[in-house]
Design a protein around this ligand. Structure first.
Ligand code: NAD
Ligand code: WQD
Length: 343
């Protein structure tokens, strides 16, 4: 019998790639997603890659009664990966209560129901946003968490604290928070990828949409930072590498190998890349020159952040494998496939 893994937010960007990796490792995947930021057609992509269509239950995890009914129908879930959250930093400033309700209540509901199920624990999607602008680079997990710059960032900090407090209260399950740096790219099949709604806020979808002719030009937000070329530096990580880390973290929970019931890990490549390097890499892999301008700094941006990945490398035995060109060329292949652009 295949072990059954619940992937909340599994129709979304990172969740769909993780569903593929789990299925390919022999797990049964069930998804809860309210489709607030995704489309059901994502399941066609997962099915086309793996030959298996995961079960999808469409509801909001903040609805406790529906969540209880779901677990009654799936008493054999062995572990949970919790991706479901609202994630737009700017929107979280204008709709803070929606972010606090959605991101915090969904986790609380899952943790309340967990002890009544067979699940051994939960993997939680956290973010490098918890570090703000770190004092030391590359940033280790020992870096103190800074006051969040947005309600979204605050929800990730609060959720990490909720996990710690639940464990401190004697909970019997295991928890792993994974702090992602900047996930980009798409599955090499170009059958699943990121599907931003409206105008993308993030750099790479904006670049690929500009390449596809949907946007007039890419604005580089500030070239006067204290970085080698003046533009901001981030640790971009291929979404498939990220997905593989979730399989490893889930297996750590299933096998109960961790010495601690609450653990947290940076997931990045350990390498910082500037905005200009990302634009240059896109131009190189696509053979297209992008219309671009230098614009003022974007409010709330940190200058540079990239991960010290040793804890994930040594403790999880996970290391990112795919480089910047693979990240950007897969993102471009995905953009072309959804826009019907011939290669
Ligand atoms: P996404 O929006 O593509 O996926 C999230 C999915 O959760 C969506 O399909 C959405 O419909 C669903 N969802 C949201 N709230 C829900 C609810 N209450 N009930 C049921 N379903 C709900 O986002 P993503 O990029 O795949 O991010 C996944 C997780 O990783 C999120 O928790 C996000 O905060 C975190 N994260 C993302 C990034 C990033 O840059 N993409 C970086 C760090 C952390
Ligand atoms: C990257 C760089 C921009 C768009 C965000 C969240 C963070 C995490 C990951 C969830 C920055 C520059 C961007 C553009 C640009 N998400 N840029 N022109 O801000 O590092 O992180 O996503 O947890 O919490 O804040 O990612 O892709 O928005 O920006 O110059 O049109 O690209 O200024 O330096 P960011 P991003």
């Amino acid at each position: 019998m295949k072990e059954k893994i619940l992937v909340t937010g599994g129709a979304g960007y990172i969740g769909s790639h993780t569903a593929v990796e789990l299925i390919e490792r022999g797990y049964e995947v069930v998804i809860i997603d309210d489709l607030s930021n995704s489309e059901e057609t994502v399941l066609d992509g997962i099915e086309s890659i793996t030959g298996t269509r995961p079960d999808l239950a469409v509801f909001d995890i903040c609805d406790e009664a529906k969540l209880e009914l779901f677990f009654q129908a799936h008493p054999d879930i062995a572990a949970i990966i919790h991706f479901a959250a609202a994630k737009a930093v700017g929107e979280s400033v204008s709709r803070p209560l929606h972010y606090y309700r959605n991101n915090i209540l969904s986790l609380v509901n899952l943790l309340e129901v967990l002890p009544t199920t067979q699940a051994k624990g939960i993997v939680f999607s956290s973010s490098c946003t918890v570090y703000g602008q770190p004092d030391t680079l590359p940033v280790t997990e020992e870096e103190p968490v800074k006051k969040a710059l947005s309600p979204y960032g605050n929800t990730k900090q609060i959720c990490e604290e909720i996990l710690q407090d639940a464990i401190a209260s004697g909970a019997d399950y295991r928890t792993i928070a994974l702090r992602y740096f900047n996930p980009i790219g798409a599955h090499p099949s170009a059958k699943i990828g990121e599907l931003p709604r409206g105008v993308p806020n993030n750099l790479v979808p904006f670049i690929t949409q500009t390449g596809a002719g949907l946007r007039e030009k890419i604005q580089i937000f500030g070239d006067d930072y204290n970085t080698p070329d003046g533009t901001c530096v981030r640790d971009y990580i291929h979404v498939v590498d990220l997905a593989k880390a979730h399989v490893i973290a889930t297996e750590r929970i299933l096998k109960k190998t961790a010495p601690e019931q609450y653990e947290f890990f940076n997931l990045g490549t350990g390498k910082g890349s500037s905005v200009k390097e990302i634009v240059d890499t896109f131009e190189k892999v696509s053979g297209k020159e992008l219309p671009k301008t230098i614009s003022p700094r974007r409010a709330g941006d940190v200058e540079a952040v990239y991960a010290d990945t040793r804890r994930a490398n040594e403790v999880l035995g996970w290391k990112s494998e795919l480089g910047l060109e693979e990240m950007i060329s897969s993102a471009w292949a995905w953009e072309k496939s959804i826009r019907g652009i011939e290669s």
